[in-house]
Design a protein around this ligand. Sequence first.
Ligand SMILES: Nc1ncnc2c1ncn2[C@@H]1O[C@H](COP(=O)(O)OP(=O)(O)O)[C@@H](O)[C@H]1O
Ligand SMILES: [Mg+2]
Length: 272
Amino acid sequence: MAEKIAVLSQKGGTGKTTTVRHLADAFRRAGLRVLAVDLDPQGNLSDYFDVPPDAEPTIGDVLTGRAKAPAAVHDDIIPANLGLAEAELTLAGKMGRELTLRKALKAVEGDFDVVLVDCPPNLGLLTVNALVAADHALLSAEAQYFALQGVEQALEVIELARDGLNPDLEWLGVVFNIADMRTKHSREAFDSLKEHVGEKLLPTYVRQSIAYAESAERAVSILDHRPDLGVDYLRLADELLRRLGLDAARRKLKPLLAEAEERAAKAAAPAG
Ligand SMILES: Nc1ncnc2c1ncn2[C@@H]1O[C@H](COP(=O)(O)OP(=O)(O)O)[C@@H](O)[C@H]1O
Ligand SMILES: [Mg+2]
C-alpha cells in the first residue's frame, strides 16, 4: 500500500507546490512509483508538471462523483483546475464530506508506492480531505518570523483530523522553505522553529532562488534546470525516505545525491 503524504500550510506562497513537484521527481528517480495529486483549484502543480490545461477528468470530477480516480490519472498526476473550487462547494453540503478523497484514492493507491497531495493555500475542507486521506502530514513553512505561527495553525488542523477521522495520521515534519540563510532573519526563524518543534524540523532546508520561478515557468524540474540547487530537494527526499523507512529507495537515491553534492560543492567553490 502506498504511503500517502499531504503537503500543507496555512497559506499560499510557502513552497508547497514546488515541494510536491520535486519530491515526486526525487522519489521517482529513487525508483518509486509516485502519484501526485493536485488539490488546489489554481492548478499550479498540474501546470508545473505540464499537464494540458484541458485534461479531463480532474480531481474536481472525482470528488463530486462524476469520475472515478483511475480515469483521472494522467501521467501519474491527478490534475486540478478551477472546477475544483465549485466541487469544494458541492462537497461542503454532503454527508461524509471529509472522507471523499480518502475513499476515492482507494481505487488507485495500490498502483503506487507514494501518493503526494498538494493542498490549497488554506486549512479548509480540501486540506481536511487530504489529511483524512493521508498517512503523513508534511508542513511547508516559509522562512519568515511568522513561520512558527503558521506551523501552529496547521498543527491544530492535523490534531482535528487525528481526533476525529484519522487517528493514525502522523506528522512527518516541517520543511523550512524558500530560505535565505545569509540573512539573520532566516537564521533566527529557523532557530525559533527548531526550538519549538525540535526534530520535526527537517535539518535540510530549501534555499531561495529565482531559478525556481524559471523552473515553474518552463515546467522543468529544478533537478534538471539547476542541479546545484536541486541538491536541496535530493537531501530532503533522502531524509524523508529515512523517516518513512523506505530504505531500498534511499539506497537507490544515494549515488544521485552524492553526485549532486559533488557538483554543488564545485559550483560553490571560488573560481581559479
Ligand atoms: N526555493 C525557492 N526559492 C525561490 N522561490 C521559490 C522557491 N520555492 C518556490 N518558490 C516560488 O515561490 C512561489 C510560491 O511557491 P509555491 O510552491 O507555488 O507555494 P504554495 O504552493 O505554497 O503556494 C512560486 O512563485 C514559486 O516559484
Ligand atoms: Mg500551491
